[in-house]
Design a protein around this ligand. Sequence first.
Ligand SMILES: C[S@@+](CC[C@H](N)C(=O)[O-])C[C@H]1O[C@@H](n2cnc3c(N)ncnc32)[C@H](O)[C@@H]1O
Length: 248
Amino acid sequence: MKPVPERTTSTVRRKPAAEVRAWIYDRTIAGLTRGWYRRVLQHLPAGARMLDVGIGTGGAIARNAELIRSKDLCILGIDIDADYLYRCTKVLSLARLTDHVTPRLESVYEHNGGPYDAVYFSASFMVLPDPVGALNHIKSLLAPEGRVFFTQTFHHTRTPVMEKIKPVLFRVTTMHFGRVTYERDFRQVLREGGLHLDQLATMGRTLNASYRLAVAHPRRAKDRSASEPFTRATVAPVNLQHRGLSQS
Ligand SMILES: C[S@@+](CC[C@H](N)C(=O)[O-])C[C@H]1O[C@@H](n2cnc3c(N)ncnc32)[C@H](O)[C@@H]1O
């Protein structure tokens, strides 16, 4: 499947404020998420088709250009923010990624492409208004052995201050930091969305939080039932090499 270039972002020059907004975003978030993308992209088989939900300014993906080209990956990056996508189009072009990554102004809830070997949420899952609805939707876009990847921050203990600060930060900076996510809630959302969690790996830590990679697939009959609580043992790494998708 080659990227479909329809409904790409407008090339009409944007207001300076919009460009500054996208630039600030790129400088602050993409430095961190670059490594997260690398972690996921490294484990995709050559020629894989991936849907990047919330590609943002493309800064993180562009910093992995060499890896994307060497694996001949085919990525469709969707986002609802026209300012970010305007910058993304330029960033992808500068990184010589236009043959591999196509940005498109579209919400995950409206997207109907595929089938995809991977659907990836990098710091975008916790900004969605209806995460369960998003999972139910993207499940239908996956190839039979397709996987869903998430990279994001998890908070370890309840942090009411952070829960209050995040929406304020959004109003001040216009950058979406999403809801504070706890592991228990995340697992619950995956269960409700019909996904089976294969792996939850820690990539880095701060004092009260960790950056994690989660890998999941649509629940099948042989997976544990939805009502059965997850335990550490149920998320022990599983070898997915035989499916062409590895997990860690
Ligand atoms: C924190 S940013 C992450 C950007 C990029 N994935 C990264 O990791 O550097 C979250 C992105 O999700 C986008 N987003 C929010 N709601 C969305 C939706 N319904 N469909 C697609 N993208 C969405 C936002 O506009 C934003 O660009």
